[in-house]
Write a protein that binds this ligand. Structure first.
Ligand code: ATP
Length: 235
């Protein structure tokens, strides 16, 4: 068994051609290891979302190799990539993206219904502390609660990797801390690695490793020997 879940070697993503070519990602190499919590930090335009989209199979690299097990994501067929997104990856977005006409439980069940081997919606809603609110619609819930539902929706599939794009970006400090704590709990209970983009450098203190990005490159990887607990953060 390999000691990584995803491994990128010289991964690039560019848009356009000739003089107008934009290098969103410029030859990055990295590994995402089992059970680790990775925070990706960097200024706007540094390539964070591009990297996350490649890891999630929502976009394909222009060059280099991105391996999940023995499979290069860039060489997968559309059908294989679709299964990868459905069965392997859990996504959490800044603005939750819940379906407004479905209850919390129905939002979660929609995800479990398309993925074989999923957990039960009741179980994961309990895990995220929303057992009492599962029949509520998104509009009847706070932003923090909606993000909890979106985390439940991501983990009900038993993902092999959880990807989060600014999961606290739309939340106040109290709810942000609760979401960080929940993501750490999820990592501990499900055991999947978590990769999260943030603009908040404080969040990096709970990470096992921090990827610092600039101009389409990972310019530094920092390993935290003693990651903080969510309760210790000064948000
Ligand atoms: N579809 C696209 N076509 C052309 N250029 C793009 C496209 N997507 C991203 N880019 C460019 O690639 C670079 C990296 O963008 P990316 O969204 O990955 O940065 P980011 O670090 O996530 O930024 P932010 O923090 O603002 O979300 C930027 O210069 C961006 O303008």
């Amino acid at each position: 068994m390999s000691d990584w879940v995803l491994k990128g070697t010289d991964v690039s993503r560019w848009y356009g051609d000739g003089e107008v070519r934009v290098h969103a990602l410029n030859g990055v190499s990295f590994e995402i290891c089992p059970g680790e919590f990775v925070v990706v930090l960097g200024p706007s335009g540094s390539g964070k979302s591009t990297l996350l989209n490649l890891l999630g199979g929502m976009d394909s690299a222009s060059g280099g190799e991105l391996l999940y097990g023995e499979k290069n994501l860039s060489e997968m067929t559309a059908l294989e990539l679709s299964s990868y997104r459905r069965d392997v990856v859990g996504f959490v977005f800044q603005f939750f993206h819940l379906i407004p006409t479905l209850t919390a439980k129905e939002n979660v069940e929609l995800a479990s219904s398309i993925t074989p081997g999923s957990r039960s919606a009741d179980e994961v809603l309990e895990m995220v502390g929303l057992a009492e609110r599962k029949e509520h619609f998104p509009a009847q819930m706070s932003g923090g609660e909606q993000q909890r539902v979106s985390i439940a929706r991501a983990i009900v599939k038993n993902p092999s990797i959880l990807l989060c794009d600014e999961p606290t970006g739309a939340l106040d400090s109290k709810n942000s801390l609760a979401v960080v704590k929940l993501l750490l709990d999820v990592r501990d209970q499900i055991g999947c690695p978590v990769v999260t983009i943030t603009h908040n450098a404080e969040m990096a203190k709970v990470a096992d490793r921090v990827f610092y990005m600039k101009d389409g490159q990972i310019i530094r990887v920092e390993k935290n020997e003693h990651p903080l607990k969510a309760e210790e953060l000064l948000w």
